[in-house]
Design a binder for this molecule. Structure first.
Ligand SMILES: [Zn+2]
Length: 53
């Protein structure tokens, strides 16, 4: 199962551990490691839809 990574800097989705756009650290969007933070809830749902989970 593939996990899309989300760049915490520019919000770009990537499969790489680091953002190919700005080289900042990308975080795994699913399963959420930051469930208490609703800031990325919408992005997380978007990423989840992208991988077809
Ligand atoms: Zn980025």
């Amino acid at each position: 199962m593939k996990h899309i990574q989300l760049c915490t800097s520019c919000g770009m989705f990537t499969m790489m551990p680091r953002c190919p756009s700005c080289a900042k650290t990308a975080i795994t969007t699913w399963p959420p490691k930051y469930s208490v933070d609703d800031k990325y809830a919408a992005l997380r749902r978007k990423a989840k839809a992208m991988v077809g989970v």
